[in-house]
Design a protein around this ligand. Structure first.
Ligand SMILES: Nc1ncnc2c1ncn2[C@@H]1O[C@H](COP(=O)(O)OP(=O)(O)O)[C@@H](O)[C@H]1O
Ligand SMILES: [Mg+2]
Length: 214
């Protein structure tokens, strides 16, 4: 029987470095001999990219409940067609955003309630949880400074207070799921954050990854 791949998620507020650090973690895993697939939510499939477009760039107003259903549909599709097949064939999956984001944005900051989101998530994932969730914690004010000059999407354009609540929502999610979650301070340099990510991955997953020379 093939040994299963790991499922590692990076999540956190806007500009915390999810995409940057996922790419670096993928490189570190590959250098250590892992077969790795990098993916992201929302999206990661053809149909998912349409849902992503509607969520982030659509012109319709959506309630937090409607957003959560869109995200959850994308999650179900992505789990069934991308994540689970990869893990089952021994490929480690590094995913940029996951259920923690729906909990933080729609459940916590949007007021839908984290238990409602958890219920939807369980349906979508059939109980599949990450082996490790790294919450990259940052003050959204710093995150948005990093993204200065970028065109902001529908959710990024929400008010500052909302994004501060999102940050709290991620911390709350990690607190509620200590078995697989770790909060990492994401306000250092790219290399410092990469060191922390690698160290936590090594400790929590019993790996022996070396940090990249950045
Ligand atoms: N530790 C860091 N310090 C300064 N800038 C960073 C750091 N990590 C990422 N960046 C930059 O900040 C911006 C947002 O990073 P990104 O990885 O896209 O964040 P996210 O995917 O969480 O929104 C990018 O321009 C990226 O190059
Ligand atoms: Mg990103």
């Amino acid at each position: 029987m093939t040994e299963k791949g790991l499922f590692i998620v990076l999540d956190g507020p806007e500009g915390c470095g999810k995409t940057t650090q996922s790419n670096l973690l993928v490189e570190a895993l590959q250098l250590s001999g892992f077969r790795v697939s990098k993916t992201f939510q929302p999206g990661g499939t053809e149909l998912g990219s349409q849902v992503r477009h509607e969520l982030l760039h659509g012109s319709h107003d959506l309630t937090p409940g409607q957003e959560a259903i869109y995200f959850t549909f994308d999650r179900a599709l992505h789990i069934v067609t991308v994540v689970k097949p990869a893990i089952d064939s021994g490929i480690t999956v590094v995913c940029d955003r996951f259920a923690s984001a729906t909990s933080a944005y729609q459940g916590y900051a949007g007021g839908l309630g984290t238990s409602t989101v958890e219920w939807l998530t369980d349906l979508a994932t059939d109980g599949l949880l990450p082996n490790l969730l790294l919450v990259l914690d940052i003050d959204p004010a710093i995150g948005f400074l990093r993204k200065k000059g970028d065109t902001l999407d529908r959710i990024e354009r929400k008010p500052t207070d909302f994004h501060q609540m999102v940050r709290q929502g991620f911390l709350y999610y990690a607190e509620q799921h200590p078995d697989f979650s770790e909060v990492i301070a994401a306000d250092g340099t790219l290399a410092e954050v990469h060191d922390r990510v690698t160290q936590v991955a090594n400790e929590r997953l019993n790996l022996n990854l070396s940090v990249l020379g950045l």
